[in-house]
Write a protein that binds this ligand. Structure first.
Ligand code: F6R
Length: 608
């Protein structure tokens, strides 16, 4: 799980590579490196640590050249170190390459190459690929690259330079993303579109098992048999501004503030007063009526959006819904058939476990609908149907605006299925649609009303080592998501429970001053929540409640209250999550941590 970039054109390459890598740093940031082609051959500069370490080396001694590749690493094989950093080269220096993915048969290949006299200097799986290329080279680099497809097992996106054909970057991919940006007299390669959005809007998406030759003047794509393929470029309409911090201190804060717009985008062309249409789904009403159950599969934050989706789908569509973490689902021999609709949820569209779950479901005859933010991603391409989240590029590792669009996509899907399957009266449907249409406005209000109060709470949370989040019904997955956000960026141990479950064990952990965040955003369960809040308060907990405007009596039972605008309780999730995201952000900020790039994590988890 790393970021790769490449450039060939008429400009000095090192600053372009560094700039591209900076935009991909969310994919990994424990070391970085570049390889540049010039009169000396292939010059490699790399450094352990964040990109600024590499930047320092390059600034003091810039490698000159107009073509090169770069890499930002998230370690899989071998600790972060200078030697394990990419690019890796073969012994002769004829081939240098960068890699995103994992080579599963690398030990076998390493032994085989070792017997032929190859010696390795790093602990990585990547270095063997450079040696394999040198071993397979018979006067044609393209052939040597194609031979990799036959030999390598696992996942890879590779960008390769060779002294034998020094005007070309060779790329090849399987199960790891790779895009080619087309410019005028210059071309780019990258793991993800935002890397070079500043330079171009035209991108060619490489499919699994394809390779390409990228030169200053053009791009040729080939299938695994070496036959050329014609492909139309994708026009990307994000502006470069969308991929920048836009004046905020961190991407995460910017992305939290972009949520009202993200909600507008996910709804646009899909929902209007009295109308809900998901015209991009090519499923007929008969097909939509034929499903007997829904299976949701995802990881992390996307999984929590699915848990929330379950409540909404079951309530509105009256269909059984199961939700699984993808890494568990793929090994539990799930029972699926043609009457199962499988929904996979993934911001990046590249999460390895979610992709494997998608493939497993399709193999068993189920239709797969993907909710994803990443156009051209593996999940986008392999699913039967796709609903794009339209959140725009999400750079911070901790997901916020993508999460909110996932939840909104479940609202839309539930309303649409309810309409097609006739499980909600028309009048009620019109009322529910009207409520959903208010959400972007109400999200904007929530942001304004909660930020200052949450900054105050962060002063208390920053001193804690433990925190508890509780809620019922749709508020329970929110509690899980709030706890995950706090854990991943502020490194505070946070646990979430269904509020009624505390007395079955966890209550033993509560004592004076332990912070409890209670979400009471369900009118119908408000009294039950109040009782649970009293239980924790009686054990001395410091309780902050999030509830609807107007519920003033709660003030007697808690230490702090944050009010969110009142809305139909089925849809309160996209509002109540906002203060929880802000709490995680400001607490991490107060503790002095790197909010956008928390330790040990990466944005796109393309390994199992
Ligand atoms: C947490 C977070 C992760 C991701 C998870 C799935 O803030 O971002 O838990 O939600 O790794 O990623 P995607 O949605 O890309 O499949």
């Amino acid at each position: 799980m790393c970021g790769i970039v490449g450039y060939v054109g008429d400009k000095e390459v090192a600053p372009i590579l560094l700039d591209g890598l900076q935009r991909l740093e969310y994919r990994g940031y424990d070391s970085a490196g570049v390889a540049v082609v010039n009169g000396k051959g292939i010059e490699v500069v790399k450094a352990v640590g964040k990109l600024k370490e590499l930047d320092g080396l390059i600034t003091s001694n810039p490698p000159s050249g107009k073509m090169g590749i770069g890499h930002t690493r998230w370690a899989t094989h071998g600790v972060p170190s200078d030697l394990n950093s990419h690019p890796h080269a073969d012994r002769s220096g004829d081939f240098a390459l960068v890699h995103n993915g994992i080579i599963e048969n690398f030990q076998r290949l390493k032994d085989e190459l070792g017997q032929k006299g190859h010696r390795f200097i790093s602990e990585t799986d990547t270095e063997i690929i450079a040696h394999l290329l040198a071993e397979n080279y018979r006067g044609d680099v393209q052939q040597a690259v194609l031979s990799l497809i036959e030999r390598l097992e696992g996942s890879y996106a590779l960008a390769i330079l060779s002294r034998h054909e020094p005007d070309k970057i060779f790329v090849v991919r399987k199960d790891s993303p790779l895009v080619i940006g087309k410019g005028q007299g210059e071309n780019f390669i990258a793991s993800d579109i935002p890397a070079f959005l500043k330079q171009t809007r035209e991108f060619l998406i490489l499919n699994d098992g394809e390779c390409a030759q990228v030169t200053q003047d053009g791009v040729q794509i080939f299938n695994r048999q070496g036959e050329e393929i014609k492909r139309e470029p994708l026009q990307v309409d994000w502006d470069a501004e969308q991929a920048e911090k836009g004046g905020y201190q961190h991407y995460m804060l910017k992305e939290i503030h972009e949520q009202p717009d993200a909600l507008r985008r996910v709804m646009s062309n899909r929902i209007a007063p009295g109308k809900i249409e998901l015209s991009e789904l090519s499923l007929t009403p008969e097909q939509l009526r034929s499903y007997r159950r829904i299976q949701i599969v995802a990881c992390g934050t996307a999984y929590y959006s699915g848990m929330l989706g379950k409540y909404v789908l079951e309530q509105l569509v009256r269909i059984p819904v199961e939700v699984d973490v993808a890494s568990e689902f793929r090994y539990r021999q799930p029972l699926l058939n043609r009457q199962s609709l499988v929904i996979v949820v993934s911001q990046s569209g590249e999460t390895a476990d979610t992709l494997a779950a998608l493939r497993l479901a399709r193999k068993q005859g189920a239709r797969v609908l993907a909710l994803t933010n990443a156009i051209g991603s593996s999940i986008d391409r392999e699913a039967d149907q796709v609903l794009y989240l339209q959140a725009g590029p999400e750079i911070a590792v901790a997901s916020t605006k993508a999460y909110i669009t996932m939840v909104a996509a479940f609202y839309l899907l539930a309303l649409y299925l309810a309409k097609v399957r006739g499980t909600v009266e028309e009048e009620q449907l019109t009322t529910l649609i009207a409520e959903v249409l208010r959400l972007p406005e109400l999200a904007a209000e929530t942001l304004i009303s909660s930020e200052e109060m949450i900054k105050g709470r962060a002063q208390v949370y920053k001193l804690q080592e433990n925190a508890f989040f509780i809620g019922r019904n749709t508020d329970f997955p929110l509690a899980l998501e709030g706890a995950l956000k706090l854990k991943e960026i502020s490194y505070i141990h946070a646990e979430a429970y269904p509020a009624g479950e505390l007395k079955h064990g966890p209550l033993a952990l509560l004592e004076d001053g332990v912070p409890v965040l209670a979400i009471a955003a369900r009118h119908s369960l408000y009294d039950k929540m109040l009782s649970n809040i009293k239980e924790v308060k009686a054990r001395g907990a410091d309780v902050t409640a999030i509830t609807f405007a107007g519920q003033r009596e709660i003030e007697e039972s808690v230490d702090h209250v944050l009010y969110i605008p009142s809305v139909n309780e089925l849809f309160s999730g996209v509002l109540a999550i906002i203060p929880l995201q802000l709490l995680a952000y400001y607490t991490a900020l107060e503790r002095g941590y790197d909010v956008d790039q928390p330790r040990n994590l990466a944005k796109s988890v393309t390994v199992e």
